[in-house]
Design a protein around this ligand. Structure first.
Ligand code: FAD
Length: 468
């Protein structure tokens, strides 16, 4: 038997599982069909989008935020090729980092398409059509996800005019007008990038709110902020067609509840309606690995499929499609395979929208607590009352802490504001330890920091905030 573990897919789930397994003494190979390791996240997802979000925010800040602080730089000039080069260099450094970690941990990286041909056997076919078969005790399916498209609508994604997120991070000029189909995280992040660089961005979303599933109050306030930044929204709108039109494209939609159709034209249409698990050509039927009713690989509480020795993690299984969820599953699975007690706490997985301001949350929303009939207390604190936020001209947003009415245990924290994606982790650590809002409210926070707003929101659940 050549390997203890063959991992198919080198995204955050697969590569982290491989490294942890190797650290625990297993002989590991990772099969990847892309030319570079790192999966969706490092190649075309989290990392390149964050490079563009940061760079476009710098551009926007230079144009609109700095003069008020007494820093007058004149109108900034956009060098889009250079911005894209920064993004590409960031991706290159990250994917090369994964190659380095494979070598360091003596993991065999095999470039080619993996297929399970039998229990304990993975065939790998490279782009020259050459095939090799890897023998292994265990197989991990970490093949991630792919663009989902629009249910019931045939869309010809050419990645130039009608783009998915992959084309949306690689446009060669700023579109005059952009329509974003889908008001979820990816659509709003990439919509923000192009809006900051000068595009007129219109979002068309089926639901009545953006960021479906986020705390309702947060999502409403966030939408108001994006409108202030110039984005337009058509909510409760069902898209019925996306077609090329002249040099651009048009999107037709009608009210989700029924009614007259509207057609909008744009230079670029970004289809950001979600992602679906990717299991194409993997040979699952050969060995009888079962999928659930949403096409995800079915697993038990230990990531095992219905076939012993075949496991699955990340976007291809149930749960939020997030890189850090995939990573934590990778670590837990490697520990389980080496006889330890790997575990992921799905109640404490933070979610961040990396716009400006950022939106971050962990745990339950008010809507979820109400639906579950859980009595709770809510404490809120606005950044307008935070000294550091004032000093930085970053007073947009608030922190909301939700705690159990009887036990005071923190059940959810929601933040909208500058740096929310970093601030959320004190809440995550607290919740991991089953902490109360009083624990949070009595923890000394450095002054002046944005994080003091987290402490004050916690105080507001059981006493009164000091600065409000
Ligand atoms: P993936 O990263 O999708 O990796 C799967 C890999 O498997 C791919 O490289 C694929 O080529 C390979 N593969 C598939 N089939 C085979 C086969 N048969 N043989 C060999 N290889 C195969 N998440 C966050 O947490 N934060 C973010 O900020 C964030 N931003 C995002 C922005 C965008 C634009 C997108 C699209 C996604 C973003 N995500 C973000 C989601 C994140 O990318 C995914 O949750 C994460 O990549 C899932 O990891 P994974 O390991 O399950 O799969």
């Amino acid at each position: 038997m050549a390997y203890d573990l063959v991992v198919i897919g080198s995204g955050p789930g697969g590569y982290v599982c491989a490294i942890k397994a190797a650290q625990l003494g297993m002989k590991v190979a990772v099969v990847e069909k892309r030319a570079t390791y790192g999966g969706t996240c490092l190649n075309v997802g989290c990392i390149p989008s964050k490079a563009l979000l940061h760079a476009s925010e710098m551009f926007h800040h230079a144009a609109h935020g700095m003069a008020d602080l007494g820093v007058e730089v004149g109108a900034p000039t956009l060098n889009l090729p250079k911005m894209m080069a920064h993004k590409d260099a960031t991706v290159k450094a990250n994917v090369e980092g994964v190659s380095f970690l494979f070598k360091k941990n003596k993991i065999d990286g095999v470039i080619g398409t993996g297929k399970i041909v039998a229990v304990g056997k993975v065939s790998v076919t490279n782009d020259k059509g050459e095939e090799q078969v890897l023998e292994t005790k265990n197989i991990v399916i970490a093949t991630g996800s792919d663009v989902a498209g629009i249910p019931g609508v045939a869309v010809d994604i050419d990645e130039k005019i009608i783009v998915s997120s992959t084309g949306g991070i690689a446009l060669d000029k700023v579109p005059g007008k952009m329509i974003v189909v889908g008001g979820g995280v990816i659509g709003l992040e990439l919509g923000s990038v192009w809006a900051r660089l000068g595009a007129k961005v219109t979002v068309v979303e089926y639901l009545d709110t953006i960021l479906g599933g986020m705390d309702g109050e947060v999502s409403k306030q966030f939408q108001r902020m994006l409108v202030k930044q110039g984005m337009e929204f058509n909510l409760g709108a069902k898209v019925t067609a996306v077609e090329k039109s002249g040099a651009g494209a048009k999107v037709t939609f009608e009210p989700a509840k029924g009614g007259e159709a509207t057609t909008l034209e744009a230079d670029v249409v970004l289809v950001a309606t979600g992602r679906k698990p990717y299991t194409t050509g993997l040979g699952l039927e050969t060995v009888g690995v079962a999928l659930d009713n949403r096409g995800r690989v079915e697993i038990d509480n230990h990531f095992q499929t219905n076939v012993a020795s075949i496991y699955a993690i990340g976007d291809v299984v149930k749960g939020p499609m997030l890189a850090h969820k995939a990573e934590d599953e990778g670590v837990a699975l490697a520990e389980i395979l080496s006889g330890q007690h790997g575990h992921v706490n799905y109640d404490v997985i933070p979610g961040v929208v990396y716009t400006q301001p950022e939106v971050a949350s962990v745990g339950k929303t008010e809507e979820e607590l109400k639906a579950a009939g859980i009595a709770y207390k809510a404490g809120k604190f606005p950044f307008t009352a935070n000294g550091r936020a004032r000093a930085m001209n970053a007073t947009d947003g608030f922190v909301k802490v939700l705690a159990d009415k009887d036990t005071d245990r923190v059940l959810g924290v929601h933040i909208i504001g500058l740096g929310a994606g970093e601030m959320i982790h004190e809440a995550a650590v607290l919740m991991e330890f089953g902490g109360s809002s009083e624990d949070l409210g009595r923890t000394c926070h450095a002054h002046p920091t944005m994080s003091e707003a987290v402490k004050e929101a916690a105080l507001a659940t059981f006493a009164k905030p000091i600065h409000m």
